[in-house]
Design a protein around this ligand. Structure first.
Ligand code: HEC
Ligand code: HEC
Ligand code: HEC
Ligand code: HEC
Ligand code: HEC
Ligand code: HEC
Ligand code: HEC
Ligand code: HEC
Ligand code: HEC
Ligand code: HEC
Ligand code: HEC
Length: 391
């Protein structure tokens, strides 16, 4: 293993050189390229390969590819052998004599070589899709041109290990996050969600949006690895609660969740209280990534929230003073029947009850188990002592 990481750090170094030189500085070479000659390709030594010393007859002294393997590594001793190599057709890619290209190749770049035969990958490179940078750079960043221990002659297992060779930050995240994601070790792992070569979508995603991806698995009730809790069947939940919260409506589950795991509850990108109550601070709620904290923190307001009695902020009262988390009243995935993504069934600790929210044109009322029916009115504030409307 230490050997592997040593090799991969060398590989990364090699890559950084490759990327800076090849992708970002594509100038023509200052001097014409020198011909590379195969060592034995000199007059009088043609019989290293041909029957005749001066190569007057093109007849080979051994059949291909045995001839080449008499001096070079036998690539066919590996598990997964590239089609033309298995066919002994070395000269479809290499000139046996001389070439202006490195490794005696018949084309000036590796990608030209590969797409000569893999024309669909050539079309992909020209398609205007989002191309994975190492693919644009060179196919052999991942594939061995001859043979390998892994399927498709890949330099490591295609589902995950290959990706982690370069994406060391992801390796760190999937290994050390407090909340890990089952998806990383299931089915096709990384390439279950990502295309390795290119995608019409951003982030090489296999689906038009993250929601489509997530719901392929989350349309069932899954059990967490950490505490064995049965998670909501989110697919069904969204069907049952079709008034979807903005980001969910747009298909953007990863606005809030990190698909690779995180240190926060439920793999959220920012914290969110686990329980029903929490001493308030805006940095404890992912919600303020998009919403204005003043809707909670301003004791008096006439602009930051509609949840107020006159100018008295009732969000402030519940969330700041009583320390009640948003999730008691709101469902930030989707809701039904009630406006403002309010819950029909609320949960507070172990208690489950109905909010019985009724909206009015200038306010509303609630009748949960926490208190009797209470009214608020933005225009004609309700007297909190008598719980009666002033008018
Ligand atoms: C490293 C092995 C090797 C050496 C050394 C070598 N050849 Fe070849 N030569 C080949 C192979 C392999 C082919 C068949 C190419 C193919 O399959 O397309 C070939 C083909 C040829 C041909 C047929 C036409 C062509 O170019 O495909 C001629 C002529 C020829 N060689 C001449 C020479 C002469 C002259 C020398 C020495 C100066 C020489 N070769 C040295 C491997 C070699
Ligand atoms: C007589 C021995 C011999 C034979 C036969 C031979 N080679 Fe070579 N080949 C060498 C030597 C020596 C080198 C230069 C040292 C090196 O780079 O490995 C070389 C270099 C190469 C290179 C360039 C490697 C580089 O690092 O740039 C390629 C590609 C290659 N050979 C392919 C072939 C192919 C294909 C055949 C069969 C048609 C073949 N060789 C047959 C001895 C041979
Ligand atoms: C599909 C194209 C293709 C075929 C077929 C192919 N090679 Fe290569 N070969 C390459 C490429 C590309 C490289 C450059 C690899 C690199 O730079 O890491 C290479 C590199 C080499 C090298 C340099 C050392 C190394 O392993 O990187 C040798 C030697 C070699 N090939 C020999 C052969 C022999 C012998 C055959 C036939 C059995 C063969 N090749 C068939 C594409 C091919
Ligand atoms: C001379 C034509 C030719 C060239 C050049 C060529 N390939 Fe291939 N490749 C093939 C053939 C033929 C197969 C076998 C197809 C099959 O088994 O269905 C193949 C198979 C593959 C496969 C496995 C696909 C599968 O479905 O099993 C990969 C991966 C691959 N090539 C990558 C490359 C890369 C990378 C390069 C450039 C270094 C390259 N090829 C250059 C002809 C070529
Ligand atoms: C970032 C790593 C990476 C690079 C670079 C890369 N590939 Fe692949 N390739 C993969 C992986 C992973 C798979 C397996 C995909 C799967 O199993 O769904 C694969 C599969 C393939 C296959 C067989 C399946 C298919 O998609 O047809 C071919 C052929 C292929 N690659 C060709 C190429 C060519 C040609 C290039 C360069 C233009 C290239 N690859 C560059 C990672 C890479
Ligand atoms: C040879 C190195 C290398 C390998 C192997 C590799 N990548 Fe990448 N990948 C990169 C580089 C370089 C970038 C561009 C910089 C970045 O976003 O980190 C990139 C970017 C990405 C991106 C972001 C693309 C975007 O549009 O922003 C995704 C997603 C990705 N890789 C997934 C994968 C997956 C999945 C695999 C395994 C199949 C993989 N990578 C294998 C080097 C690699
Ligand atoms: C459950 C689906 C899923 C799996 C499995 C998955 N990813 Fe991702 N990945 C995504 C999504 C969705 C994004 C976009 C994230 C965003 O926009 O915040 C992404 C983004 C990325 C990026 C771009 C940088 C970033 O973080 O935004 C890289 C690189 C990446 N993933 C690599 C990997 C690797 C490597 C694996 C396997 C260890 C993997 N992914 C597994 C869904 C997944
Ligand atoms: C390949 C199947 C699969 C896909 C695709 C998938 N998940 Fe998961 N997810 C799981 C499994 C299995 C679990 C339960 C195991 C675990 O992670 O604890 C899980 C757990 C979770 C959890 C709870 C994690 C915890 O530790 O409490 C959240 C949140 C989650 N997924 C969100 C997402 C999001 C968002 C997406 C889309 C970007 C997504 N999942 C895509 C399989 C998947
Ligand atoms: C606005 C932010 C946000 C968005 C967008 C979002 N989630 Fe969540 N999600 C959360 C929060 C916060 C929790 C934690 C809930 C809790 O602890 O009760 C959560 C919890 C979950 C859970 C665990 C549910 C359980 O039973 O404990 C799953 C699964 C999940 N989300 C999947 C998804 C999927 C799939 C999407 C996209 C369709 C998505 N989320 C979009 C904020 C979001
Ligand atoms: C990624 C940005 C984003 C995040 C994060 C986010 N929201 Fe939202 N939220 C929106 C958007 C956009 C709307 C407007 C569309 C709608 O009504 O769903 C909205 C609307 C709402 C509404 C309904 C407003 C109304 O008057 O109908 C509530 C309630 C709400 N969010 C609560 C939350 C809670 C609670 C959280 C934290 C768990 C949260 N949001 C996190 C973007 C976000
Ligand atoms: C005690 C229940 C309750 C709690 C706790 C609660 N809300 Fe609300 N929220 C409401 C009600 C009721 C409304 C509807 C006000 C109206 O339009 O009449 C509302 C409205 C909203 C709106 C729509 C815009 C606005 O302010 O009028 C957003 C966004 C929102 N809440 C976010 C949050 C966030 C974020 C949290 C947690 C930090 C939270 N809420 C906690 C009951 C609550």
């Amino acid at each position: 293993m230490t050997n592997f990481s040593f090799k991969s750090s060398i590989f990364l170094l090699f890559l950084s050189i490759l990327f800076t030189n090849t992708i970002y500085a594509k100038e023509a070479p200052a001097t014409p390229k020198k011909m590379m000659k195969h060592p034995s390709y000199t007059k009088g030594k043609c019989d290293a390969c041909h029957t005749d010393k001066n190569g007057k007859s093109a007849k080979l002294k051994m059949e291909m590819p045995k001839l080449c393997y008499s001096c070079h590594t036998d690539y066919e001793k590996n598990d997964f052998i590239h089609g033309p190599v298995a066919a002994g057709a070395c000269t479809l890619c290499h000139s046996p004599h001389e070439s202006p290209n490195p490794r005696l190749l018949i084309t000036s770049t590796i990608n030209e070589l590969c797409t000569m035969c893999h024309t669909e990958k050539g079309d992909m490179l020209k398609s205007g899709e989002n191309i994975h940078p190492p693919v644009k750079d060179s196919c052999i960043n991942c594939h061995d041109p001859h043979s390998e221990k892994n399927l498709f002659q890949l330099k490591a297992d295609r589902k995950k290990d290959l990706c982690l060779m370069c994406h060391v930050d992801k390796k760190e995240r999937i290994t050390n996050s407090k909340r890990k994601h089952g998806a990383i070790e299931m089915g096709d792992k990384c390439i279950g969600c990502h295309n390795p070569h290119s995608s019409k979508q951003g982030k090489l995603l296999k689906a038009p949006d993250s929601k489509t991806l997530c719901l392929t698995c989350h349309s069932a009730s899954l059990k967490t690895d950490e505490e064995g809790k049965l998670l909501k069947n989110m697919g069904q939940h969204l069907i049952d609660n079709p008034d979807l919260h903005g980001p969910v409506l747009w298909g953007d589950c990863v606005a809030c969740h990190n698909p690779h795991g995180s240190d926060n509850t439920r793999m959220l990108k920012r914290p969110f209280p686990e329980g029903s109550t929490e001493i308030f601070s805006p940095d404890k709620y992912i919600c303020f990534k998009c919403h204005e904290p003043k809707k909670i923190t301003d004791k008096l307001t006439t602009e930051h929230t509609a949840f107020r009695n006159g100018d008295k902020n009732i969000h402030f009262f519940h969330v700041k003073i009583k320390r009640i988390s948003c999730k008691t009243c709101h469902d930030y995935h989707g809701s039904k029947n009630l406006p403002h993504h309010l819950n029909n069934k609320a949960t507070f600790g172990a208690a489950k009850f109905s909010l019985r929210f009724i909206e009015s044109p200038t306010g509303g009322s609630c009748n949960p188990i926490c208190h009797t029916q209470r009214y608020y009115d933005r225009v004609d504030p309700v007297n909190v002592k008598t719980n009666k409307k002033l008018k």
